[in-house]
Design a protein around this ligand. Structure first.
Ligand SMILES: NCc1[nH]cc(CCC(=O)O)c1CC(=O)O
Length: 308
C-alpha cells in the first residue's frame, strides 16, 4: 500500500487522537507507512473569542476538508462532535472507531462535587449545552466562558479563575489525564453533545484502497448510536454551538436515543427519549417530538441572541 498522509490539527488532543488511530491501523497492517501533515484551522486561531459567538459550524474542520479535497492529505481524524452534520461533496466518514466514555466531567479546585460546590461558585465552560444543563440543575452557580486547549483550561481553573470547569471525559481519557477528573457527570444531569467521545475518520469517497483499510477499525455499534444522534442534530440544523444534546445507546437490534434542547440560562429544558431499529428515523422522530413541544422556537430565539 502507498504511504498515507494524515492531516491533523496541532493541538495535543488532536495529535493524540490521530496517533491513536494510526496505532490501531498499524495493528491491522503492521507494514503501513504514514506521514503527518499539521494543519491550522480557524478554530485554532481565534482562541480568545467565545466559540458560540463566532457562529462556527465546522470551525475546526474546514481547512482540513479542503486539504482532503485537494489531495494534500488522505485522511483526517476529527472529534465526531466537532464535525458538522453535513459532509462536503466528495468526502465521507470512512470509519468510526469504538467510542470512549461519552460523558462530561467536572474538574474542581477543591475536589468538590457538583452537588457540593457552594452557591455562587464559578464554573468555566463556553458550551451553551453545558451551561444550560448545569444552570438547570444548580441555578445558584455562575457560569463563565473559558477557551483554550484542555491544558490551558485546566491551568486557568488551578490558578483560581474558576472554581470548577466542565470538560469531555473522553478528551481527558485520551490524554491520560483521568486523574484530574473530580466527578464524571451522569447523563441525567448533563446529557452529552452529539457524537461526544467518538472519532470520525474522514477521507475521499473514491479512495477505495484506504476505505478498505479503515473498515478494519470501524465499530458498528458506535456508528449506529452516532447516526441516531446526528440525525437528531440535522433536524435542528444545529451545531456544537447550540444548547442541544443527544446520546444514543444500542440495545440489541434497537437504538435508544435521549435528546434535549434547552434555554442557555437553564430555565427551560425540553427533553425526550425514543427507541427503534432505524437509527436515522429515531433521530428525526425524536426531533419532531421535541419541536412539537417548542424546541424549534427555543433554538431560533437562541440563534437570534447569538447573532445580535
Ligand atoms: N469542543 C472541543 C472538543 N472537541 C472534542 C473534545 C473532547 C473529545 C470528545 O468529545 O470526543 C473537546 C474538548 C471538550 O469538549 O472538553
Amino acid at each position: 500500500m502507498r504511504t498515507i498522509t494524515v492531516g491533523t490539527r496541532k493541538s495535543l488532543l488532536a495529535l493524540t487522537q490521530t496517533n491513536w488511530v494510526v496505532e490501531q491501523l498499524k495493528k491491522v497492517r503492521p507494514d503501513l507507512t504514514v506521514q503527518l501533515e499539521k494543519i491550522v484551522t480557524k478554530g485554532d486561531k481565534i482562541l480568545h473569542v467565545t466559540l458560540s459567538k463566532v457562529g462556527g459550524k465546522g470551525l475546526f474542520v474546514k481547512e482540513i476538508e479542503q486539504a482532503l479535497l485537494d489531495g494534500r492529505i488522505d485522511f483526517a481524524v476529527h472529534s465526531m462532535k466537532d464535525l458538522p452534520g453535513e459532509m462536503p461533496e466528495g468526502l465521507v466518514i470512512g470509519a468510526i472507531p469504538e467510542r470512549e466514555n461519552p460523558c462530561d466531567s467536572l474538574l474542581s479546585r477543591n475536589g468538590l462535587s457538583l452537588a457540593e460546590l457552594p452557591s455562587g461558585a464559578v464554573v468555566g465552560t463556553s458550551s451553551l449545552r453545558r451551561q444550560a444543563q448545569i444552570l438547570a440543575y444548580r441555578p445558584d452557580l455562575k457560569v463563565k466562558p473559558v477557551r483554550g486547549n484542555l491544558d490551558t483550561r485546566i491551568a486557568k481553573m488551578e490558578e483560581g479563575q474558576f472554581d470548577a470547569i466542565l470538560l469531555a471525559q473522553a478528551g481527558l481519557a485520551r490524554m491520560g489525564w483521568q486523574d484530574k477528573v473530580t466527578e464524571t457527570l451522569s447523563k441525567d444531569i448533563l446529557l452529552p453533545a452529539v457524537g461526544q467521545g467518538a472519532l470520525a475518520i474522514q477521507c475521499r469517497e473514491d479512495d477505495h484502497e484506504l476505505l478498505a483499510l479503515l473498515l478494519e477499525i470501524h465499530h458498528v455499534e458506535t456508528a449506529r448510536a452516532v447516526q441516531a444522534e446526528r440525525a437528531f442534530l440535522r433536524a435542528f440544523e444545529g451545531g456544537c454551538h447550540l444548547p442541544l444534546a443527544a446520546h444514543a445507546e444500542v440495545l440489541g437490534d434497537e437504538v435508544c436515543l435521549t435528546g434535549l434542547v434547552a434555554h442557555p440560562d437553564g430555565t427551560r429544558v425540553i427533553k425526550g427519549i425514543k427507541q427503534g431499529s432505524d437509527e436515522k428515523a429515531v433521530g428525526r422522530e425524536l426531533a419532531a417530538e421535541l419541536k412539537e413541544q417548542g424546541a424549534g422556537e427555543l433554538l431560533s430565539e437562541v440563534r437570534e441572541g447569538l447573532v445580535g
